[in-house]
Design a protein around this ligand. Structure first.
Ligand SMILES: [Mg+2]
Length: 377
C-alpha cells in the first residue's frame, strides 16, 4: 500500500459584519482550517486537518510534505516528524510546517484505520473508551453587545456540565465574568478560564488570587506562550493548575514545558502539534513529569474527530478508579460551519456526553460538497 496523492485544501468562512468575536488579545472575523486528502494506490482515502492559516499551510503541504509522503507506505507515518527535522530542518518544527504535518499525519492514520477496519484510537492503544465529557468553550469577547450570562445559559440548556470562558481584560472584569459563570453553572461544575496570554506575571498572580473563591479547574495561557519563565514561576506560586499548549508546536516546545514543569497541564492541538503520532509522543513525555494532558480543540469537524480519537487513546495516569476525574474535552460553542458541515454527521455534545466514533479510521465521513463550498485556493 503506497500513498499516491496528497492534496491540501485551504478553507475559510467569513463571519457576518458585526459578528467578530474572540479573546482578550483580539477578535476574529473568520474561521478557517486546511484539509489534507491523501489517497493510496488501492483507492483508500484519508483526511486530516490543520488549524492554521489556510493558504500558507496548504502551500507548506504542497511544497515540503507532499513530495516527502507520496510514494511511502502509510505505516511509515511515525517517522515523519524526524524526517521533517532531517530533510527540511530549516523550516521544521515551527507553526506552519508542524501544523501542515498534523494534517498529513492524521490523514495517514485515517487510511491505516480504514485499511484494517479499526478506529484509530484502538490502533493507538486505547481500550474501550466510548465517550468523553465535553466542556463548553464559550463566553467569548464579542464585537456585539452580548450579555456574558447568555452563552452560559445556552451551555446549561444544552446539558453541559463544564465550561471554559474568556477573561484577561483586567482583574475586576475577570472576577465579574467568572462569578456570572459560576452562579449559572452551579458549584459542582468544572469551570476553566482562558487568558489567551494577555497578562504579565504579576497581573496573572493578582487575577488568580481574585478568582480563588470560584474553584477553577484550571487556568489557561495566563501569560504569553513564549514566556516559559513566567509560566514556571506562576505554576510554582499558585494552587490552581496552569495549562498551556495550543500555541506550542511539537516535541521541542513541549519538552521544555514538561521538563521544566512550567505547567501542570499540556494541551496539544491535533491540528498543530504534529498530529496523532506526535501528540501521542507528547502525552507519553508528559508522564515523565506527571503533567496532565487535555487536548485543545477549536477545529473543524475532521480536527474534532482526530482529537476525540486521541483522547480515547490516552491511558489513565496516574489515577485509577479510586479517584475518578472526568476526561474533559473542549467543545467550542462559537459559530463555525467548518465544524458542523465538513462531516456528514456533526458531533452532538448535548446532554453532557460526547460519543467517540467507533467506525474505522477517524470514524467520520467528509462531505466533499461542503469542502468545495468553503475552499479559498
Ligand atoms: Mg485557549
Amino acid at each position: 500500500m503506497r500513498v499516491t496523492e496528497v492534496d491540501a485544501i485551504p478553507l475559510a468562512h467569513e463571519l457576518d459584519e458585526g459578528r467578530s468575536f474572540g479573546h482578550a488579545r483580539g477578535l476574529t472575523s473568520r474561521r478557517s482550517c486546511v484539509l489534507v486528502r491523501a489517497e493510496t494506490a488501492d483507492g483508500t482515502v484519508g483526511w486530516g486537518e490543520a488549524l492554521a492559516t489556510p493558504r500558507t499551510t496548504a502551500a507548506a503541504v504542497d511544497e515540503v510534505l507532499a513530495p516527502m509522503v507520496e510514494g511511502i507506505d502509510p505505516y511509515e507515518v511515525e517517522t515523519l516528524v524526524e524526517r521533517t527535522h532531517a530533510e527540511a530542518y530549516n523550516v521544521a518544527g515551527g507553526p506552519v510546517l508542524q501544523s501542515a504535518l498534523s494534517a498529513v499525519d492524521v490523514a495517514l492514520w485515517d487510511i491505516i484505520g480504514k485499511s484494517v477496519d479499526e478506529p484509530v484510537y484502538r490502533l493507538l492503544g486505547g481500550g474501550d473508551a466510548d465517550h468523553v465529557v465535553p466542556y463548553a468553550s464559550t463566553m467569548y469577547i464579542t464585537e456585539w453587545e452580548e450579555d456574558p450570562a447568555d452563552p452560559i445559559r445556552d451551555a446549561v440548556d444544552e446539558g453541559f456540565t463544564a465550561a471554559k470562558l474568556k477573561i484577561g481584560r483586567g482583574v475586576e472584569d475577570d472576577r465579574r465574568r467568572v462569578e456570572t459563570a459560576r452562579n449559572l453553572l452551579g458549584d459542582d461544575a468544572h469551570l476553566m478560564v482562558d487568558y489567551n496570554g494577555n497578562y504579565r506575571l504579576k497581573q496573572a498572580i493578582r487575577s488568580v488570587e481574585a478568582l480563588e473563591p470560584y474553584d477553577l479547574t484550571w487556568i489557561e495561557e495566563p501569560v504569553p506562550p513564549e514566556d516559559y519563565t513566567g509560566l514556571r514561576k506562576l505554576t510554582d506560586r499558585v494552587d490552581v493548575p496552569v495549562a498551556t499548549g495550543e500555541s506550542h508546536f511539537g516535541r521541542f516546545d513541549y519538552g521544555r514545558l514538561i521538563r521544566d514543569h512550567a505547567v501542570d497541564i499540556v494541551q496539544p492541538d491535533l491540528g498543530r502539534a504534529g498530529g496523532l503520532s506526535e501528540s501521542r509522543f507528547l502525552a507519553k513525555l508528559a508522564t515523565t513529569e506527571n503533567v496532565a494532558v487535555y487536548p485543545h480543540v477549536w477545529n473543524g469537524g475532521v480536527g474534532v474527530a482526530a482529537a476525540l480519537q486521541f483522547a480515547a487513546s490516552l491511558p489513565s495516569y496516574p489515577h485509577n478508579d479510586n479517584l475518578p476525574d472526568p476526561f474533559l474535552f473542549e467543545f467550542d460553542r462559537s459559530e463555525n460551519p467548518l465544524r458542523e458541515e465538513l462531516i456528514t454527521e456533526p458531533f452532538d455534545p448535548s446532554g453532557g456526553t460526547l460519543d467517540v466514533p467507533q467506525r474505522p479510521g477517524l470514524g467520520v465521513e467528509v462531505d466533499e460538497a461542503a469542502v468545495e463550498r468553503y475552499r479559498v485556493d
